[in-house]
Design a protein around this ligand. Structure first.
Ligand code: AMP
Ligand code: MG
Length: 308
């Protein structure tokens, strides 16, 4: 079994460590240590007005961060935690302003990953934005992190992540809950569990303090990203298609499997840069929307941000 002691010791002494979750790798720091939290912003080059998600390993830890835990949150936690759903709740005054970017709310989730839960059980709650340089695609395997932060960066290796796209972010502080960032857990699923409507506010470029992360461009490779119908195959482009063209070195077919495309998208973005493609062209996904509604919404959200 992997020995977590060196990573636990680094985190306890105020250092930052990358660790796997079921969505993407996080860049962890002790949520109660301001100098450790500052290191996260500095290492990523993350703007100070983009708040961080607090990762916990048991529900009791919520009480140190959230000033009130509404019934809706309890219901969602029971159904979806541990899992890829981040909840925005009113914060307690003692939560570091650095984490919340001065907002009166805090983002919290419990990741569904054995190593992450084991780590957090020993260190206590960790802030953990995606472990990439700001603006780059989120890391879905340790190689991506070493490429961004250097070969000696401390990474707890859990192999490739399962989901590959960041968590669904759900704001529970307004009368009608709002999805600020779509993910694997979709609107319909949340509505079914809550028994009430949920709004979605993810695609607009918003300066609204409600969804600070959404105003920044994210998830971008150096190659330009295109989305739509493909008419011909060019050598300088990496194509992600749906069985409409024969596979070759630069044509990869997903055959309508949007879960697999989600899992691999960021790795394909990074592959395009390493192999020198000028463009990544993703074939339209509309035909598979019904079968994979949440992945469809999350994928088109990330692809449209990368294509900006
Ligand atoms: P990352 O951890 O890099 O996936 O980014 C975290 C995302 O959660 C960003 O889009 C943030 O804007 C969002 N977020 C974190 N805290 C809050 C909050 N208190 N209110 C709204 N969004 C938040
Ligand atoms: Mg990120």
């Amino acid at each position: 079994m992997l020995d977590l002691t060196p990573y636990i010791n680094l985190l306890k002494s105020g250092e930052i460590v990358a660790f796997p979750t079921e969505t993407v790798y996080g860049l962890g720091a002790d949520a109660w240590n301001p100098s450790a939290v500052k290191k996260v912003f500095k290492a990523k080059g993350r703007p100070a007005d983009n708040p961080l998600i607090v990762h916990i390993s048991n529900e009791k830890q919520m009480e140190d961060f959230a000033s009130e835990i509404p019934e809706s949150a309890k219901t969602l936690m029971t159904e979806f935690w541990p899992g890829p759903l981040t909840l925005i709740l009113k914060k307690k005054p003692k939560v570091l302003d650095l984490i919340t970017a001065g907002l009166d709310t805090v983002a919290i989730r419990m990741p569904d990953h054995k190593l992450a839960l084991q780590l957090i059980s020993s260190t206590g709650p960790l802030v953990a934005p995606s472990a990439n340089k700001s603006g780059r695609p989120s890391p879905t395997n340790p190689k991506h992190i070493l490429n961004d932060f250097g070969q000696n960066f401390p990474v707890l290796d859990g192999g490739a992540t399962e989901i590959g796209l960041e968590s669904t972010v759900l704001d529970l502080t307004s009368e009608i809950p709002v999805i600020l960032r779509p993910g694997k857990i979709g609107k319909k699923e949340i509505e079914a569990v809550l028994g009430s409507d949920v709004n979605i506010n993810s695609t607009e470029k918003s300066d609204s303090p409600k969804s600070p992360g959404q105003k920044y461009s994210h998830y971008k490779p150096k190659a330009s990203v295109r989305y739509g119908e493909i008419s011909s195959i060019e050598n300088d482009t990496l194509y992600l298609v749906q069985n409409t063209f024969p596979e070759s070195k630069n044509v990869i077919s997903y055959d309508g499997n949007l879960a697999l495309l989600s899992k691999e998208l960021y790795d394909r973005f990074r592959q395009a840069d390493i192999e020198g493609y000028s463009t990544v062209f993703i074939e339209k996904l509309d035909l598979f929307r019904k079968k994979f509604p949440a992945f469809y919404t999350a994928l088109t959200n990330r692809i449209s941000k990368a294509a900006d």
